[in-house]
Write a protein that binds this ligand. Sequence first.
Ligand code: NDP
Length: 481
Amino acid sequence: MKKILNYINGEFKAPLLDQWLDNYNPSTGKIYSLIPNSSTKDVQLAYEAAKQAFQSWSNTPLQERSEILSRISSLIIENIDTLANAEAIDNGKPLTLATRVDIPRSSSNFQFFSHAITQFASEAHESIGLDAINFTLRQSIGVVGCISPWNLPLYLFTWKIAPALAAGNTVVAKPSEITPMTAYLLGDICTKAGLPKGVLNIVHGLGNTTGQAIIEHPDIKAISFTGGTATGAHIAKTAAPMFKKLSLELGGKNPNLIFADCDYDKMLSTTVRSSFANQGQICLCGSRIFVERTIYDKFKIDFIQRTKSLKIGPPLDSTTEIGALVSKSHIEKVKSYIDLAQQEGGTVLCGGEYVTIKDHEDGYYLQPTVIEVTDINCKLTQEEIFGPVVTIMPFDNDEEALALANNVRYGLSSTIWTNNLNRSMFLAKHIQAGIVWINTWMMRDLRTAFGGVKDSGVGREGGQEALRFFTEPKNVCIHYK
Ligand code: NDP
């Protein structure tokens, strides 16, 4: 059986205690590789390699750093088939999605930050009347920790690593133990691109042991984390006494507000995507759909028909639109929410059942599910399900739509469908979310700030925000009189 290894100091290494975890293929439900169950000792080894590499990497000329990152970006594209295949097998997502989105985006993360670092300016202020000038040095932090989830494995892993490295830090990173494969393959790519030893160290293992060792490490001074809200709260609590810098990108329960005056066809196609892309396992999916009452019945019929027509199948089949969910425990959790519907006064309008796929009988397949709800405070409308399940409900006016959108503890993203400019601006201003999409969904520009409010996180990633996070500003004041 294939063994995935840690990538420490530019070399692939077995975990020091020789303990291993099973890695499942979600489309078959079978174990297909073993991954290191890394201990504190492995994290310490990774930390020491990163510490050793820091002095040199942080002083490497910007152009050279930029070229290395750019080569990593190119090599990701050169290896797109291998990486997309690995991602689809490891995660259960359709290969077509991994090829079209996940892997190109992972490459773009490196390409973008390889350029962004060369344009990263800091402020200067002339203190008029004091004959002084103040300027800011933006310095690398040191060894930083990057911890990422399983839903967009390489995409989110590189979204953290690329700016951290661009800013001159060295990294100890942990991908989710559920989807370690593409992070493992990235190690080899980094070596081939000429990334010096120890600059990036990838340690595999469980969150509450390997991840915990990273967040508890007293000399890893910044942690960039994407994952669940409860884990984020735990990390914040652990890191607080050590005054670590934290970026926390957490859960979402995003509203999708649909008004009668929208471009209906565009809205319908996009809403199918925003509900069920990646089996609904994207933190930005619009899981709470609210529709203006005048078009509610029509929307219901059309949306159900489109949802039912989605092709569920093995990830490697090029016609598959809905692949497998990521793990057995996750599919069971998602199903348990669907089973709550009746008890919570909801009606399952379509889907709701496990699916058996020929030759993949033990795979984790679930029908995309639409649930009509009446209670805006029930678990189905309040808790993050993170699967192919959406709730729908009608509303009568802008104020009600806004109140429904904001009636949740999360505030990551939101989508508004209307051709009324005043309405869209009113809602964009008052909606409690870090991201507002108007007449689109998940259209990303890597220069923009990305992140959430309320229980969806603290801090922003993307563009200058990421480079600011991964640097320490130092104010220098010169009195020139
Ligand atoms: P988790 O919070 O369970 O895990 C995220 C990562 O943290 C994993 O690598 C996990 O390791 C690790 N981890 C778990 N416990 C600890 C710990 N004590 N110390 C350090 N690291 C730890 O999230 P999921 O992997 O289940 O991902 C799904 C969640 O991610 C959803 O809530 C989703 O909304 C959110 N998400 C947010 C995004 C955003 O940008 N806001 C984007 C994408 C997803 P392991 O897997 O080994 O347990």
